[in-house]
Design a protein around this ligand. Structure first.
Ligand code: PLV
Length: 342
């Protein structure tokens, strides 16, 4: 039997080619054909496996013997502290298992036992350190100083962007002609940087990108407004997967190379989009993804068209359905109750 590493050496990868589905319901709302790029069906539950899988394969080729990744975001809103598992950690644990390399995922103290068990189920060792992600990240960087150990960055690395760019190659293969616009969520900006790289690679750099963030996790929008990187004091949004306090510098640079419309929705709009999407498409996604869907459901796309910033007759719109971890039916009910929607 061949080793997983031999598979990689032959050009294999860990992500799957995801379906591109036409959504009747979202097309009705948008007034144009809406396609869903279903990254929620990726192994480990989000688009993250594209970039992180690629990064881990490259690290393995260079002799890495142990992968480390810090992940997880503490929710400090409300009376109870709650931690959601970061999708980066799930993707790194999955890639490490496939490569046959041991992995350590560092999470903040207070992470739910459910997340710890799930990561251990992927064969990863879990360490709890610090109160917030930034502290867990310092611990991961310290561990990665050991000989043969490599730290996996969740969003700010060229190999991550190179891996995410595969998504655009798939769009080109499926659509042939460019869509009128692309909608995606921004956390640390890795997905944006990867999609931008892909658009440039396939010659679709004229396709406008609409980025979505939630208020309280809006580091990209804040950076655009300030004209420089901005560090948010805290992550107050329920969309914890968008919870980077500072966006990657490359994401800000992308605004000079491509047409990017940065939109911010509130938590209520993101969660309401999650509920509508569940009813319309029977897929349960997390609030980070709800932010992107809210661009359609909350009429932001229509507003950009009415303002003349986007063409009134778009060929089609592609929404990147980025992930469906960190949610279940009970979690959705709790979010709705918290936001006064139930
Ligand atoms: N989430 C990362 C980084 O957080 C994590 O570890 O959870 N949609 C989903 C479902 C995501 O998980 C993420 C990233 C994003 C969107 C945003 O992607 P990014 O960080 O590349 O802009 C901080």
């Amino acid at each position: 039997m061949e080793s997983p590493l031999a598979d990689c050496a032959q050009g294999g990868h860990f992500h799957v080619v995801t379906p591109l589905l036409e959504s009747w319901a979202l097309s009705q709302v948008a007034g144009t054909t809406v396609f869903l790029k279903c990254e929620n069906v990726q192994p480990a539950g989000s688009f993250k496996i594209r970039g992180i899988g690629h990064f881990c394969q490259e690290a393995a080729k260079r002799g890495c013997r142990h992968l480390v990744c810090s992940s997880g975001h503490i929710s400090t809103s409300g009376t109870r502290k709650r931690t959601e598992g970061g999708n980066a950690g799930f993707a790194a644990a999955y890639a490490a298992r496939k490569l046959g390399i041991p992995a350590t995922i560092v999470l903040p103290e207070g992470t739910s036992p459910h997340v710890v068990r799930r990561l251990q189920g992927e064969g990863a060792e879990v360490q709890l350190a610090g109160k917030v992600w930034d502290e867990a990240s310092l611990k991961a960087q310290e561990l990665a100083k050991r000989d043969g150990w490599v730290n996996v960055p969740p969003f700010d690395h060229p190999l991550i962007w190179e891996g995410h760019a595969s998504l655009v190659r798939e769009l080109k293969a499926a659509l042939g002609t460019p869509p009128g616009a692309l909608v995606l969520a921004v956390g640390g900006g890795g997905l944006l940087a990867g999609v931008a790289a892909g658009l440039i690679e396939v010659g679709w750099q004229h396709v406008p990108i609409i980025t979505a963030e939630t208020q309280g996790a809006h580091c990209f929008n804040a950076a655009i407004k300030a004209g420089k990187l901005v560090t948010l004091p805290d992550i107050t949004s329920v969309a914890k997967s968008l919870g980077a306090k500072t966006v990657a510098r490359r994401a800000l640079e992308c605004t000079k190379e491509l047409e990017i419309f940065s939109e911010v929705v509130d938590d209520a709009q993101a969660v309401s989009a999650v509920q509508k999407f569940l009813d319309d498409e029977r897929m349960l996604v997390e609030p980070a993804c709800g932010a992107a869907l809210a661009v359609i459901y909350s009429g932001l796309l229509g507003r950009l068209q009415a303002e003349g910033r986007l063409s009134p007759s778009l060929a089609s719109v592609v929404v990147i359905v980025c992930g469906g971890n960190n949610i279940n039916s009970q979690g959705l009910q709790a979010l709705k109750a918290q936001l006064g929607q139930s």
